[in-house]
Every structure is written in C-alpha cells, then in structure tokens.
Ligand binder design. Structure first.
Ligand code: HPA
Length: 295
C-alpha cells in the first residue's frame, strides 16, 4: 500500500487518474501536455482529437467556471505530434482549494507526461511590452498565493522541500526562442507573478509588483508550475500580454472582455509558435526525460 494511502489529496488524484485511464483505454499516453489560458481555447481547433474527457465526467474533479475555459482534456495530436491539451483550467479565485486547482496537472503527471507547457493571459508590467506581445516565462513569483504543496507531503509525488532555482526548463526555453525565430514571431522574456484575483490590481499594486521584479501578472500558472516541478516534469510557460497593468500609461480601465479579445486576436500566431515548439520538444534530439528532484 502507498505511504500516502489515507491522504485525501492523494486518494482524489489517484481516483481521477483511474477515471481518465478508463476513458483512454489502450491509447498511448502523449509525453507532452499543453494548458490553454484565457482566450486561447480556440487553439484546440487545430488539434486532431482522438479522445475528449470533460472535467464534469471525472468524478470529483473541479469544474472551471471561468469564461473562455471549456474544461476538458483533449487527447490526440497537433500537426502529427501526440499531445494532451487542457482546454480550460481551474483558478484559485473560483473558490477551490489550492490542491484542487492543481489537481488536473497532478493527474497529467501521474498519467505519464514528461513535459508541461503552460500558457496564460497576463497583464504586462514591463514598460517595453505592448498588448498582443508574447512573453516567454523565465522565472516566477508565487509569494502572494498559497503554495499548492501546503499540507502533508505526498512522498510518492515529490520532495517536501523542492528546489525552485530553475522552475522553467532552460532547454525548453531555448526551444521556444528558436521556434519564435523560425516563425518570425517576436517573443519577449520575463518574470511572471501570480496573484489570487479575481479583482484586477490597483495602480499602487502594479507599482509595487514592478518594483519587486515582475514583468507580467496573472491569476494562474505559477502554482501549476510548482506542482509540475514537484512531480519531476519539465516545465515551460508563455504569457500572452493582453493588456498593460492597471494605471500604466496608455492603459484604460480594465475589462475582462479586453483580455479575451486580445487572447483570441493572437491565438493563431500563438498556436503556430506552440505547434513548432512542441514538435521540437518531442524530437529525439530533445527527448523529454523527466527530471526528478534530488534529495
Ligand atoms: N491582471 C491580472 N491578470 C490578468 C491581467 C491583469 O492585468 N490581464 C490578464 N490576466
């Protein structure tokens, strides 16, 4: 019996894994997963889907209530590359426990993916950024949200005190930068900061976050990256800068429809970049060997 038997978080993850496995049957599990952020759901239309699993079909799975988040796993391929997409994610501001927010990522890790590519919509804080820019996430700040690893450690999944020196895999970052060059798509780089939301930030907060080193702010992603690293996955992240931070020069009052519209507007370009990058990530010269953390 697993050491963590009796731990409700562990048991819930394992139940969800069994439910998804039952739906997948004998199908081979892809080695790479892509999480689609706000407004980027349409990217799923480019996928050749062999099995769709709505979160509502997975027993006690959290169900996304956020607009623009369909809430399902899509198994299949993207331009010939086997892939699983998370079309829609769960946010902490929806009222779920943090262990539920990261449950879909834990399930993917347990199903056997080795690489996780996270995307999101974010507000730009770096004055060089313009709405519509894409930003490669090089590092993150999670200090303003509860850790998804709080509670009894699940030793089967990872270490109690995981290192965070390099959350975003350097090889995957290099692959994304190279893919951006080959697609002629400018790709900015910067530090992503996760906040709880759901309210947008005040201008005073934006000023503080800029001084703390954030280039972009959003309401997702960083806790998923922590969880994925805990379980030994290689992680990459790209933000779509849908607007500038509240109160920044040129930024009018914020409205979530602006976020969704900009997400949709760059979705084709973003999708093309990810398509090329993902093909490279699974190429034999770049095999995604999981990198478990050492004790
Ligand atoms: N703040 C927080 N989250 C966001 C923003 C923002 O300005 N834009 C898109 N997601």
């Amino acid at each position: 019996m697993a050491e963590s038997s009796g731990n409700p978080v562990y048991e819930k993850v394992e139940r969800c894994v069994a439910a998804v496995q039952a739906r997948l049957g004998e199908a081979t599990m892809p080695k790479i997963a892509l999480v689609l952020g706000s407004g980027l759901g349409p990217m799923a239309e480019q996928m050749d889907v062999t099995c769709a699993v709505p979160y509502t079909d997975i027993g006690d799975f959290p169900v996304s209530t956020a607009p623009g988040h369909a809430g399902r796993y899509l198994f299949g391929s993207l331009a010939g590359t086997p892939l699983v997409m998370m079309q829609g994610r769960v946010h902490y501001y929806e009222g779920y426990a943090m262990s539920d927010v990261v449950l879909p990522v834990r399930v993917l890790a347990r199903l056997g993916i080795g690489t996780l590519v996270l995307t999101n919509a974010a507000g730009g804080l770096n004055p060089d950024f313009t709405p519509g820019d894409l930003m490669l996430i090089t590092d993150q700040i999670t200090s303003f949200v509860p850790s998804p690893l709080i509670g009894a450690n699940i030793d089967e999944y990872g270490l109690r005190f995981p290192d965070q020196t390099q959350v975003y895999d350097q090889g995957l970052q290099d692959t994304l930068m190279a893919a951006a060059r080959s697609c002629n798509t400018p790709l900015r780089q910067g530090v992503y900061m996760q906040l709880t939301g759901p309210q947008f930030e005040t201008p005073a907060e934006i000023g503080m976050y800029r001084s703390l080193g954030a280039d972009a702010v959003g309401m997702s992603t960083a806790v998923e990256a922590v969880t994925a690293r805990h379980m030994g996955l290689r992680v990459a992240g790209v933000s779509c800068i849908t607007n500038l931070g509240a109160g920044m020069p040129g930024q009018a009052r914020l409205d979530s429809s602006e976020v969704d519209e900009m997400g949709k507007r760059v979705s084709a370009q973003f999708g093309a970049l990810l398509c090329v990058a993902i093909q490279q990530m699974v190429a034999p010269s770049n095999w995604n060997v999981p990198t478990p953390q050492e004790g």
